[in-house]
Design a binder for this molecule. Structure first.
Ligand code: GLU
Length: 417
């Protein structure tokens, strides 16, 4: 589905709505609509069988007016420069909404990691990082995990940058393993933030989560953690899906079991048999109270938004809802907690990791989780208040806060020279 929808157009349309409401000057709007820096790299990797394969990768920095740029590295066969730029722009607003001192960036490599051995993945990572080395660094642009990458990949990023510098630079990347300067709580942080915002939204809607049925599309790091924590918070998870497809049982699914016993298997969670098998498209339309899209962009569109049964949508993925779908959902009275707020927990704890690395002083998991929860609740409350004040939807309210902070920083700094 996402192939037919240009997510950069989507991101620009969202920006335009906020820019109009903020009455931003046209020149400033033009600055924010473009990424400040884009790099395309083509680089060779010698595969285990001796053949050379050339890969295409990108790093995009959208805006650095509030600080160094920050954003994940995605390994996926469908990435391109335009999508990576949209994701970088969303990172800028996300960091501004939760008020952490970063601009937005994103990197990606067009690759299906399932086709590579671990050694090939390591070589691809080290070469990609070397190609984009003029852009990244602990004071300039700090990568992190995203779809297709994990703590091991971040360890290789850190080691590659460190080898080139001649000394260890833990702060050049976040989402690292704990023993290399990673932060407690980082792996779960995005899913944890999703569930904190779900709880805050439920309070506003007078929804009893103890009686709520939740569906999660995507069972990667974000989706699986959100499903586990939603279950722990008392909700019943009735549907989940991974890249292979989904399962649904209106009486509830054993999320921890699915994670620990099924998610690593070839057939994925569909190997669990006490449930109906559904597709990734069907799962979005099944009966539930809360829908958490935590897979990829452009999943809720004008074609399926009318069929959504959930009263609350919490966006674990980046860009899962198109602007047309936003209108339909808003008219139906569905509350959408937007990605730039709902999934900001990951970059918030990335910020904590970076601060800990720069200080060489590490925090306990409770401290990380408590600080994360406080920021998520505070940001949710500010966005919710904005939504009421501007009589608009939650995405627009979040964008108004995020875009305004970036615009104000740009105005304060002035245009160089
Ligand atoms: N890739 C994550 C995101 O989209 C995390 C980025 C980060 O921690 O820098 O928010």
């Amino acid at each position: 589905m996402s192939q037919h929808i240009n997510v950069l157009d989507m991101a620009r349309e969202q920006l335009a709505v906020a820019a109009n409401l903020l009455e931003l000057d046209k020149g400033l709007h033009d600055v924010l609509a473009q990424p400040m820096r884009q790099m395309i790299v083509h680089f060779p990797v010698v595969l285990d069988n001796g053949e050379v394969q050339v890969f295409e990768g990108y790093r995009v920095q959208h805006n650095a007016s509030r600080g160094p740029t920050k954003g994940g590295i995605r390994y996926h066969p469908d990435v391109d420069l335009s999508e990576t730029s949209a994701l970088a722009m969303w990172m800028t607003w996300k960091c501004a909404v939760v008020n952490i001192p970063y601009g937005g960036a994103k990197g990606s490599v067009k690759v299906d990691t399932k086709q590579l051995t671990k050694r090939e993945l390591e070589k691809l990572t080290r070469r990609y990082v070397t190609e984009i080395s003029t852009m990244i660094g602990e004071r300039s642009d700090i990568p992190a995990p995203d779809i297709g990458t994990n703590a091991q990949v971040m360890a290789w990023v850190m080691d590659t940058v460190s080898m080139q510098k001649g000394y260890t630079v833990p702060g050049c990347v976040t989402g690292k393993p704990i023993e290399l300067g990673g932060s407690e709580g980082r792996t779960e942080a995005t899913g944890r933030g999703v569930v904190v915002t779900m709880e805050e939204a439920a309070k506003v809607m007078n929804m009893d989560l103890g009686k709520a049925k939740v569906i999660v599309q995507g069972f990667g790091n974000v989706g699986s953690t959100a499903a586990k924590l939603a279950e722990e918070s008392g909700a019943t998870v009735v549907g989940v899906s991974d890249a292979v497809g989904g399962i649904y049982n209106p009486n509830g699914l054993p999320v921890h079991d699915l994670f620990y016993r099924y998610s690593g298997r070839d057939g994925g969670i569909r190997e669990y048999k006490d449930a109906e098998q559904v597709t990734n498209a069907e799962i979005l339309e099944l009966p539930c109270d809360v829908l958490i899209p935590a897979a990829i962009a452009a999943q809720l569109t004008k074609e399926n938004a009318t069929k959504v049964k959930a009263k609350l949508i919490v966006e674990g993925a980046n860009g899962p809802t198109t602007p047309e779908a936003d209108h339909i959902l808003s008219d139906k009275g569905v509350l959408v907690v937007p990605d730039i707020l709902a999934n900001a927990g990951g970059v918030v704890v990335s910020y904590f990791e970076w601060v800990q690395d720069l200080q060489n002083f590490f925090w306990e998991e409770n401290e990380v989780n408590n600080k994360l929860t406080r920021i998520m609740r505070h940001s949710f409350a500010a966005v919710e208040a904005g939504m009421r004040a501007h009589k608009t939807d939650m995405r627009t309210a979040a964008l108004i806060i995020g875009v305004k902070r970036v615009a104000d920083a740009t105005i304060r700094r002035g245009i160089f020279p």
